[in-house]
Design a protein around this ligand. Structure first.
Ligand SMILES: [Ca+2]
Length: 465
């Protein structure tokens, strides 16, 4: 078989529940759904640290953040680390990345392993963005999602057709502050977007961390809302109004991603490359779309822990399939290398899920995952540091609540607290059952498992917690 091409499309903060193929109740994404219809939808894909920079480092390096050193938003990635694009480039692939990088800039942090690149400075701008390129700074007029796609398609047009390629299209969208383009600015204008089930969460049955997080609708600022709050609204009416403002802009920005993914799929069809190309759509992590009354991510709760993952590769992946096995962002690098026939370095911590794509579940496939958020009391959202374990049925979270000197984390420390959720009876994670006697045995087992997972990936538990 010919070596496959790879088109890896990763957006920023696009939650699964705003994708048609995942059963979205609030929007449609016909082009993303094309990938799912012709390929596989993963229903249990998780990030190991739900913020941009760490998840991107985990994807590229195939290692956990305590290993690659990218634990918070303030820890740029050392660009001498081994990444999957580097190994593909060494193996003869043409490689490029366009769009969001967010792993630092300058000689020690600029993209490496790419024949060509153009990346936004940090978050970048939605309109008329500037880019860092090997040749210096470049300002491009237009809308970021369109421009990133234009650059990608131009690079594909100009590539050497006799060698395989690996192209990373890293959209900035739909990251805050959710600025739509003109084409989608009035979508949903006269519609009411339904609120999610947990929208009016009062955090009563949960750890302190949930109550103190500053990512409620009332924490959206003027830049996010883009228009003044109407006078005379009650508190609840204002919360509801703010949700409509937020979610409509978010979905408008997503609609542009969907259109642009369609352009890439059309290009592959027209070039006759659909059968030779692995197409992946994912996001660096999930997002709260009003779930628990919040925007943003960071928590180990489902909506932010889950990553969308759609994979199309006709020679291997049967069309219209779903996979409920757990896969993690640290597994991506091993998987892409495996599919390309490149040896996976022993130090990479993820496991190739190529067998899952082929419809086979290895008998020893992972049944639990480890998560850690380090950025205690981060300045923008005040989310407290935690780690935890998720199985198919349960989730145990330990808020250890210490900054540990991590860049971007702040004091003071707070006493540790634990949460346990039974995802079968409480899928929206509204009731912490850690103190219920009937879960005693479950908690003991999960605490043991948490320690085992930490030992297996080389992370250290907090003493005395
Ligand atoms: Ca992100």
């Amino acid at each position: 078989m010919r070596r496959p091409n790879l088109v890896f499309i990763m957006s920023d903060d696009h939650a699964s529940h705003a994708i048609g193929a995942y059963g979205s109740r609030i929007n449609r994404t016909p082009h993303l759904d094309r990938i799912a219809e012709a390929g596989m939808r993963f229903d249990a894909c998780f990030c190991t640290n739900s913020i941009c920079t760490p998840s991107r480092a985990a994807v590229l390096t195939g290692t956990y953040n305590h290993v690659n050193g990218v634990t918070t938003l303030d820890t740029p990635m050392d660009n001498t680390l081994v990444t999957y694009p580097k190994l593909m480039q060494e193996a003869g692939y043409q490689t490029a990345i366009f769009g969001k990088w967010h792993l630092g800039h300058g000689p020690a942090h600029d993209p490496t392993g790419f024949d060509d690149w153009a990346v936004l400075p940090d978050q970048g701008l939605y309109h008329d963005p500037d880019f860092h390129t090997p040749g210096g700074r470049l300002v491009v007029e237009g809308y970021a999602t369109d421009i990133i796609t234009d650059m990608s398609l131009e690079w594909l047009e100009e590539r050497d057709p006799d060698r395989p390629f690996a192209l990373m299209i890293h959209h900035k969208a739909p990251h805050r502050p959710w600025e739509p383009d003109d084409a989608h600015a009035s979508m949903y204008e006269d519609e009411h977007i339904p609120e999610p089930e947990s929208f009016w969460d009062d955090y009563e049955h949960r750890a302190t961390a949930a109550r103190v997080a500053e990512m409620r609708m009332m924490d959206l600022n003027e830049v996010d809302l883009k228009q003044p709050v109407p006078d005379g609204l009650s508190h609840d009416a204002e919360v509801a109004w703010r949700y409509q403002r937020y979610i409509k802009d978010y979905l408008r920005v997503v609609a542009s991603i969907d259109d642009n993914v369609g352009r890439v799929l059309d290009w592959l069809d027209d070039a006759g490359l659909t059968d030779d190309t692995i197409v992946v759509y994912t996001s660096d992590q999930g997002f709260f779309l009003g779930d628990h009354g919040w925007f943003d991510k960071r928590f180990m709760y489902e909506e932010s822990l889950s990553m969308p993952l759609l994979v199309r590769y006709p020679p291997v992946v049967r069309e219209g399939t779903e996979c409920g096995e757990m896969v993690l962002n640290v597994d991506f690098a091993s998987t892409f290398l495996d599919l390309a026939g490149i040896e996976v370095p022993a130090h990479m911590q993820g496991t190739s899920f190529a067998p899952l794509l082929a419809g086979e579940t290895p008998p020893d496939w992972q049944q639990a995952m480890y998560y850690r958020y380090w950025m205690h009391q981060d300045r923008d959202h005040n989310v407290w540091a935690h780690y935890g374990v998720r199985t198919h049925r349960h989730k145990l979270i330990c808020y250890y609540n210490e900054p540990l000197g991590q860049p971007g984390a702040r004091g003071p420390s707070s006493p540790p607290e634990w949460e346990l959720f039974d995802l079968e009876s409480d899928p929206f994670e509204m009731r912490n059952v850690i103190d219920q006697p009937r879960y005693e045995e479950t908690v003991r087992g999960l605490r043991r498992l948490l320690g085992e997972l930490q030992a297996a990936c080389g992370d250290e538990p907090i003493a005395g917690v």
